[in-house]
Design a binder for this molecule. Structure first.
Ligand SMILES: [Cu+2]
Length: 165
């Protein structure tokens, strides 16, 4: 093989790899787009900033951690993730309800993961994290802190009860 032929052969080889990489990128983009539309994909967002030192004071959105009905089959939960509990410790909603969670921390960083769902938010003091989920299956869901927050971290567990009615 003379030099020129060899260079052409390499170019062809390179070109096929480039093409393969491009096809894979397109395939990945299609998969991501598909999950965005088909799997109740929800990106947690920072809803607003809040002063973590006064978040428990009267007048604050989180002074009284709670879940309330805010629409037709829509519930809004104001959750305080603190060392080492979630408030409210138990949230009750009916089956099929969409629950909008606002979560914040008065102390250190925590995690808010609802087992068996794709809800998984980092809870940062000073920020209100917003995430939503529709509970189609009745049952008990555990809320787990999955960001290390101190000695009680492994016991930081909450509960969501989805009632069948
Ligand atoms: Cu925690």
């Amino acid at each position: 093989m003379n030099n020129e032929k060899l260079i052409h052969a390499i170019e062809r080889y390179e070109r096929s790899w480039l093409l393969f990489a491009l096809v894979m990128i397109v395939v990945f983009l299609i998969f991501i787009g598909y999950t965005l539309t088909g799997f109740a994909f929800y990106v947690p967002s920072a809803a607003e900033r809040i002063d973590p030192t006064t978040v428990r004071n009267e007048g604050s959105l989180f002074a009284n951690p709670r879940v309330e009905k805010t629409g037709d089959n829509v519930y809004t939960a104001y959750v305080l993730a603190q060392a080492f509990t979630f408030l409210p410790g138990e949230i009750r909603v009916p089956k099929g309800a969409k629950v909008v969670f606002y979560v914040t921390s008065p102390d250190v960083q925590h995690g808010f993961h609802i087992r068996g769902t794709n809800v998984n938010v980092q809870v940062i003091p000073g920020e209100v994290g917003k995430v939503e989920h529709t509970f189609d299956e009745p049952g008990e869901y555990l809320v787990i802190c999955n960001e290390y927050c101190g000695l009680g971290h492994q016991d930081m567990i909450g509960k969501i009860i989805v009632e069948d009615k």
